[in-house]
Design a protein around this ligand. Structure first.
Ligand SMILES: Cc1cc2ncn([C@H]3O[C@H](COP(=O)(O)O)[C@@H](O)[C@H]3O)c2cc1C
Ligand SMILES: O=C(O)c1cccnc1
Length: 353
């Protein structure tokens, strides 16, 4: 379904040498070094000689962040601090430019798009892309959240969105989400895919009480019991436990990886989508950079399962793509040092490697 090339590691040693010859102790730029290396490998895929690579100056162009919104039937089980109506209200807030993600995107230079992936109130705002798969998913603890054909339709729509940004010159893409109840859906996906107990995957989401956490765990346990026959098939797992926005983020990650874009992964919910994406096509992992460690219980275990070291630890637990947005200056700094920092030879500094 997705033709994703693994990143060609043939130039990895050349890139590492260029980093190691910069005027600094070996490895002293820490995670910025691995970040520069991964971005350079992603962006140099058309180059076919070592000389071309040495001269190559990778840059992030037209960074774009797409927020997908979807409503979750499981919210009716009382697993969030907010009612489902807040999802559509936040879509209007995104369109009007007033949410946290709008502020960070404006400040940091991301182009922001808003997608209604399926919410209770259809947005008629021209600034919102209509990619609706329905009004709300079915409660995942009693039914399949959606059908397989809704998952497939979501993938197709997400792919179109990513292709349109790619055609505008975007090489770096991030995703955000809005959907009351979606930490329950993401926790269920995590538990199903990593074969972990619900209690290790469920967290406080919007900030629910300990009683509500206990209820969330029960709901996820019911869902795992009900749908377990599907868990060897990632698409069916998405249909059983996902949300309209999570499905489209999964499809968008795969489409972006297929195009060779860098994919910046946000917090708990987006990482659950990234985890599903790797189960559909393992090569997608090569294109992912992980922005931050969320405060949501369970995020660390998911990051570990993906062998991911996040760039930031800010105790964020908002979603919307906020953590991904905040990582952009670090990604840009990593390429700035890679492209512009003097080597020992350039600066006549005694080599200390
Ligand atoms: C006003 C408001 C704005 C938000 N922006 C993101 N979320 C975040 O909270 C939700 C997930 O948490 P839970 O599973 O506990 O419902 C998602 O919508 C997520 O994006 C918000 C939540 C609220 C209430
Ligand atoms: O980490 C996240 O993405 C997150 C955590 C809590 C609530 N919403 C999103």
């Amino acid at each position: 379904m997705f033709n994703i090339m693994p990143i060609d590691q043939q130039f990895s040693a050349v890139i590492q040498q260029k980093i190691d010859l910069k005027t600094k102790p070996l490895g002293a730029l820490g995670q910025l070094e691995s970040c520069a290396k991964q971005l350079t490998l992603i962006f140099s895929k058309q180059l076919d000689s070592e000389q071309a690579l040495v001269a190559f100056k990778p840059v992030i162009s037209n960074p774009s962040l797409v927020v997908f919104a979807g409503d979750h039937g499981v919210a009716s089980q009382g697993v969030s601090i907010a009612p489902s109506s807040v999802t559509s209200q936040m879509v209007a807030n995104f369109a009007a430019g007033g949410a946290a993600i709008n502020v960070f995107c404006r400040q940091l230079g991301w182009q922001l798009e808003v997608v209604d992936a399926g919410t209770l109130n259809t947005s008629h705002d021209k600034r919102v892309h209509n990619q609706r798969l329905g009004e709300i998913t079915a409660p995942l603890n009693t039914e399949m959240a959606m059908s397989l054909s809704q998952v497939e339709k979501g993938f197709a729509l997400a792919k179109q969105r990513v292709h349109s940004l790619y055609e505008q010159g975007c090489n770096t893409i991030a995703f955000g989400e809005m959907g009351i109840g979606n930490t329950t859906s993401a926790a269920a996906l995590m538990a199903a895919i990593l074969s972990l107990p619900a209690s290790q995957c469920v967290g406080k989401g919007t900030g629910v009480s300990d009683e509500v956490i206990a209820k969330k765990i029960k709901v996820v346990e019911q869902a795992l019991q009900l749908h377990q026959a599907h868990f060897d098939d990632p698409l069916m797992t998405l249909a059983a436990l996902g949300g309209f926005e999570i499905v489209q983020i999964t499809g968008a990650i795969l489409a972006a990886a297929e195009l060779g874009m860098a994919v910046i992964v946000d917090g708990f919910i987006c990482t659950a989508a990234a985890l599903v994406a790797t189960r559909i096509n393992a090569n997608a992992r090569d294109y992912m950079l992980f922005a931050h460690a969320s405060d949501e219980q369970g995020h660390k275990a998911m990051l570990n399962a993906l062998h991911a070291t996040p760039l930031l630890q800010l105790d964020l637990r908002l979603g919307e793509g906020t953590g991904a947005a905040l990582a952009l200056p670090l990604l840009q700094a990593s390429l700035a040092f890679y492209n512009d920092m003097a080597s020992f030879a350039d600066a006549n500094v005694e080599q200390v490697v």
